[in-house]
Design a binder for this molecule. Structure first.
Ligand SMILES: NC(=O)C1=CN([C@@H]2O[C@H](COP(=O)(O)OP(=O)(O)OC[C@H]3O[C@@H](n4cnc5c(N)ncnc54)[C@H](O)[C@@H]3O)[C@@H](O)[C@H]2O)[C@@H](O)CC1
Ligand SMILES: [K+]
Length: 244
């Protein structure tokens, strides 16, 4: 854990975690405590949807998603927004048949709805070169970034970067290393970052407003991984953060 990087709404220090520490938090939550990934992902998706509703503009909401936990949170968000009659569409970095794990569970629910699901990177109706209007939700990559964005993900990162309207990133701007804040290649430059459970150390080095979204992780999980934790949420389920 790092020195003081973030401050919550009451002026209280909020600890930041590296990607490795957050992975450890996830592992303990799932394996020792039984707070499984689908449960956490539902909180992520709802918190993200509330952030989008707060910043909503006229026009569609485009949700860019890949195959990991970050994409799954984006898909859960899509469901909440579509349930509120927002014009939502999903753009995946790959064929829907190639989405797996918990993210595929989220996708399965959306397939039962009339939310359009497109595939970026050529060979589909989605034109990666057409400017995105309305709100863009960046749920491509979170703390699982490995190297510079490649292939269709890189094209979607560029599309988000060129978007005229508000861009909201889930957890970490895609392309940014969650621990260092460095971008090994192209990266999204969001207006707002809805980061999950605790801020990631790298977020101190990037721009964009910060919102911390509760995943309902009990304090014992942080104790077990040695993260010094004081619940930052008070009576809320999401709180704004400032960089210290
Ligand atoms: N407790 C938590 O922290 C939770 C985290 N969740 C989310 O899950 C994320 C972590 O999930 P994962 O570990 O699955 O990882 P990510 O979803 O961050 O990233 C994995 C995806 O990114 C792609 N990818 C990685 N580097 C790439 C590159 N250079 N070029 C192209 N594609 C690349 C992978 O192919 C894969 O599809 C978090 O950031 C968060 O958003 C939520 O799902 C719920 C629980
Ligand atoms: K992201």
């Amino acid at each position: 854990m790092d020195e003081m990087l973030f401050v919550g709404p009451t002026g209280r220090r909020v600890p930041a975690v590296t990607a490795e520490e957050m992975r450890a938090v996830d592992r303990v939550a799932v394996e020792e405590v039984g707070l499984d990934l689908p449960r956490m992902m539902e909180h992520a998706g709802r918190g993200l949807a509330e952030a989008v509703l707060d910043r909503r503009e006229n026009g569609p909401v485009t949700i860019l998603a890949s195959n990991g936990g970050n994409g799954g949170g984006g898909l859960a968000c899509a469901r909440h927004l579509a349930n509120r009659d927002l014009p939502v569409r999903i753009v995946l970095d790959r064929d829907p048949a190639d989405i797996d794990g918990v993210t595929a569970e989220q996708l399965r629910i959306l397939k039962a709805t009339d939310v359009p699901i497109e595939t970026g990177g050529g060979g589909s109706s989605f034109d990666v070169d057409a400017p995105l209007d309305g709100v863009v939700v960046d749920a491509l990559i979170g703390y699982g970034l490995s190297g510079a964005p490649r292939g269709p993900v890189a094209e979607l990162v560029d599309a988000a970067s060129d978007a005229a309207g508000t861009v909201v990133s889930l957890d970490v701007p895609s392309g940014v290393d969650a621990t260092t804040g460095e971008a090994p290649g192209a990266a999204v430059d969001p207006d707002l970052i809805a980061t999950l459970a605790l801020p990631k150390t790298g977020l101190a080095a990037v721009s964009g407003d910060l919102l911390l979204v509760d995943l309902s992780i009990p304090a014992t999980v942080y104790d077990r991984v040695g993260v010094e934790y004081e619940a930052p949420f008070g009576d809320e389920f999401a709180v704004p953060l400032s960089r210290a």
